[in-house]
Design a protein around this ligand. Structure first.
Ligand code: OGA
Ligand code: MN
Length: 293
């Protein structure tokens, strides 16, 4: 296995491994450490079906079944289908707008997510260039650069994160196929508090864990102060120097750290430019510090 970091401070390519095969303990440990260190791992030229992707993801922790769970692989509710393709009757075959806005998956859940693994089957192209890139920002670096005064003001504070925030923003977009959340869905994902700073379970370093997709307000502060501080954090983390943008190639399996990064799907392709991806979400259910040691 060769791991080649890119020069963006985030992201590495991992070659010489077939993820359709079971992962040996040593390989697992190497990948876990690389995930913490580089944040986004691209495994090019992979060919996994839904059960194989599920098996790979579940080595790292329990897989989440999405609360809305609109589209998934047959017999595999944990393998979500992201796609803008429609079937012969014109019905959507996948979620066509996943992640279009900066966010962190599962920050709205009391139990947070370690990672996502997305496996690209179809990538839209125009004029020889891939569209529908996925962008990431480095929240280890964003924390390290915070002014001491801001860290002090936010030390020990939690922000309230709400699944419905992002869902409703997406719903308001023209052509959205998302419906309002049902009371049952809402009850499954009530707003939750999350520490604004936390220790990354793999690297042991502090990170900024607060994303504009789900964070609503800072608990215990006046509304105006909460809003001003959140806006500050979102502007701070949006600096160009933290950005890495992944341009997809079909066959890529992209695994990213969902604790130490925020991400955004770029919606620059049209309905006639197919993009199809299989996805699993890995919850942070294992003792990663021990596993990476
Ligand atoms: C996700 C997500 C990004 C993409 O699956 O969590 O944000 O580019 N997707 O599809
Ligand atoms: Mn996402």
């Amino acid at each position: 296995m060769q791991i080649t970091p890119n020069n963006a401070g985030l992201g590495a390519r991992v070659e010489g491994i077939d993820l359709a095969q079971p992962l040996a303990p040593e390989g697992f440990r190497t990948l876990l450490r690389a995930l913490g260190q580089y944040g986004v791992l691209c495994f090019p030229r992979q060919d996994l079906d839904a059960p194989q992707l599920s098996a790979f993801g579940s080595r790292f922790g329990e897989l989440e079944v999405n609360v809305a769970n609109l589209f998934h692989a047959p017999g595999h509710p944990e393998v979500m289908i992201l796609s803008n393709r429609r079937d012969a009757e014109g019905r959507p075959t996948g979620l066509n707008d996943a992640g279009q806005g900066w966010h962190t998956d599962m920050s709205y859940s009391a139990e947070i997510a370690l990672a996502n693994a997305l496996h690209a089957k179809e990538v839209p192209m125009r004029d020889g260039r891939p569209l529908g890139s996925t962008q990431f920002r480095n929240m280890h670096a964003a924390y390290d650069d915070l002014p001491a005064e801001v860290v002090q003001r936010l030390e020990g504070r939690v922000a309230i994160h709400d699944f419905e925030k992002f869902w409703d923003v997406m719903r308001m977009r023209p052509g959205s196929i998302r419906k309002p959340l049902t009371p049952e869905q809402r009850a499954k994902k009530p707003p939750v508090p999350q520490p604004i700073f936390r220790l990354h379970p793999i690297t042991g370093r502090r990170i900024l864990y607060c994303n504009p997709g789900y964070a609503m307000r800072i608990k215990g502060l006046e509304e105006a102060e909460s809003t001003a501080l959140l806006e500050y954090l979102f502007r701070h983390q949006a600096q160009e120097k933290y950005l890495y943008s992944h341009d997809w190639t079909p066959g890529d399996l992209l695994m990213w750290d969902n604790i130490g990064t925020v991400h955004n799907a770029v919606a620059d392709y049209g309905p006639e430019e197919p993009r199809s991806i299989l996805r699993v979400q890995v919850m942070a259910t294992l003792d990663y510090a021990a596993l990476a040691a």
